[in-house]
Design a protein around this ligand. Structure first.
Ligand SMILES: *Cc1c(COP(=O)(O)O)cnc(C)c1O
Length: 392
């Protein structure tokens, strides 16, 4: 690995971190579609299985394509080690399973990804793992919720879909003071905009399906962080098999080569969209981290390089207002993904969060007319035109 580069500049190592060239002298990393690897002799095989050698054995454990992808994310996040997963949820699930024991307690922000919420509420009780939620805006109360058996402090920032910002420095210090493992889902920001490890995160998880792929093609996930914790996550995962396929790793590693330019442009477009929606008469409010009207604007400025590509806004007219808006959209896609080159709009109250009561929805900041827009890379004038004509 790292044939050419000694630099710490993000764009350069995103491109120049590469698995070792084969004897074909290829320029771009080839795809290693192989389920297993061969050994010189009995001793080579023994030592490799005993983990005395760093060698690929079997692609459930490691593979040159997944290694390259992991190495880039490790560097981008400033981590010590990592492991790549088939999906973002596999990375979250496996991280919890590897680090928690029966009887442990997790303290988590309430505004987490829907499937993560289901993991806490539906499956944790089955394994006698307890959890407590705190609200994104109530950081002052969080310390009082720590219990003697609390092991993990977990959060996402910005949150999905309400775009709340949590203060990484504050939570990093809190976790350190109480000796908790601090885990951050950094999916919405990507390591280009925000590096939670700088603020004390012990493990950072990602859904690589979103901005890391960036083109809506493949699913993937990754967990990076402290070496001792990643070793536990690795041991659990190499047994249970949630590993990323080499094909998807190959795609995702190449996607990382353009992460900086893509995210830069996504954010530029999103800010323009947010500013434009902010002044529209049919919009109640806009939530975007880099709009001055965002309640946590100062924190966003402190910990994020730019505001990200997700803009949330409240349409007048509640649930029906939101549904009407989606029906009027012409160019943007109605789809569950986000972080794609294509602009995507969703209306959480009538779709992903339709099973919740009004009260439960409000708890996580999802109001009836809230629309989540994942701003893409089309010409921004066309994106704004589409959203505006649907609002009018
Ligand atoms: C999409 C998403 C996930 C889950 O990722 P998958 O790749 O779909 O499994 C987890 N966290 C956040 C914040 C997400 O947006």
């Amino acid at each position: 690995m790292n044939q050419d580069n000694q630099t710490n500049n993000f764009e350069t190592f995103a491109i120049r971190t590469q698995s070792q060239r084969s004897h074909f002298d290829e320029h771009s990393t080839p795809l290693y579609l192989t389920s297993s690897f061969v050994f010189e002799d009995a001793e080579d095989m023994r030592a490799s299985f005993a983990e005395e050698k760093e060698k690929n054995l079997y692609s459930r454990y490691s593979n040159p394509n997944t290694n390259e992808f992991i190495e880039k994310i490790v560097k981008m996040e400033g981590a010590e080690a990592g492991y790549a997963f088939a999906t973002g949820m596999a990375s979250i699930y496996s991280t919890f399973m590897a680090l928690l024991n029966s009887g442990d307690h997790v303290l988590s922000c309430q505004s987490v990804f829907g499937a993560t919420h289901a993991l806490f509420t539906k499956y944790f009780p089955k394994w006698n793992i307890d959890y407590t939620y705190f609200k994104a805006e109530n950081s002052a109360d969080v310390e009082s919720l720590i219990q003697p058996n609390t092991k993990i402090l977990y959060l996402e920032t910005p949150t999905n879909p309400a775009i709340e910002i949590l203060d990484l420095e504050f939570y990093g210090n809190l976790a350190k003071k109480h000796n908790l493992i601090f885990i951050v889902d950094n999916c919405f920001a990507t390591p280009y905009l925000q590096q939670p490890i700088k603020y004390g995160a012990d493990v950072v998880v990602h859904s690589a399906t979103k901005l890391i792929d960036g083109q809506g093609r493949v699913l993937g996930g990754v967990a990076v962080g402290r070496k001792d914790l990643i070793q536990e996550i690795y041991s659990f995962s190499r047994l249970t098999g949630p590993s990323l396929s080499p094909f998807n790793a190959w795609i995702l590693s190449k996607s990382l080569e353009t992460l900086a330019v893509r995210v830069e442009k996504h954010c530029e477009n999103a800010l323009k969209v947010a500013e434009c929606l902010d002044s529209h008469p049919n919009v109640e409010f806009v939530k975007y981290p880099f709009l001055k009207s965002h309640p946590s604007y100062e924190i966003a400025k402190k910990q994020m390089k730019l505001g990200g590509n997700i803009v949330a806004f409240e349409i007048k007219g509640g649930i029906e207002g939101g549904r009407n808006f989606l029906n009027k959209i012409k160019m943007a896609s109605l789809s569950a993904n986000l972080g794609d080159t294509r602009t995507i709009v969703t209306h959480p109250a009538s779709t992903t969060h339709s099973k919740l009561s009004d009260e439960e929805r409000n708890e996580v900041g999802i109001t009836a007319g809230l629309v989540r827009c994942s701003v893409g890379l089309e010409n921004v004038e066309d994106i704004i035109y589409d959203l505006k004509q649907a609002l009018d």
